[in-house]
Design a protein. Structure first.
Length: 128
């Protein structure tokens, strides 16, 4: 029972974290810094760290599921597996952007976030 609770908690924390993390660049872009000369990349530090935290939290969630997967829908598990891979692609793309990536990398980062969100919705719908 405790394991199931930890799996459920990590899952819903990851969903909440994804929403916060995906909205941060848009919120921080509009935020005006008064008195400081922080660049947009410097203001994105919370976004970077939340991305790493999301990767760690999703890995913990996946490693704890275990025997409960036998009762899960296969399509939902595939959606989760693809989403997990996209999380690590997102981290890699984010590292490229952090070091001054191109507009193409930024576009790929955005569309993989859209795909990641869709896959997570599919996973929750099929296995939640």
């Amino acid at each position: 029972m405790t394991r199931y609770l930890v799996v459920a908690l990590t899952a819903w924390m990851a969903v909440l974290l994804l929403g916060v993390e995906a909205s941060l660049p848009y919120l921080l872009r509009r935020m005006r810094t008064t008195g400081t000369k922080l660049s947009f990349r410097e203001r994105l530090r919370p976004h970077y760290w939340l991305g790493y935290a999301l990767a760690a939290l999703s890995t913990m969630h996946a490693s704890l599921v275990g025997p409960a997967m036998a009762r899960s829908d296969a399509a939902g598990i595939w959606a989760a597996t693809l989403a997990w891979g996209l999380i690590f692609l997102q981290v890699g793309l984010g590292l490229l952007l952090r070091n001054g990536g191109t507009a193409r990398v930024r576009r790929t980062h955005f569309w993989s976030m859209v795909g990641l969100s869709a896959l997570i919705v599919a996973h929750v719908w099929r296995n939640g």
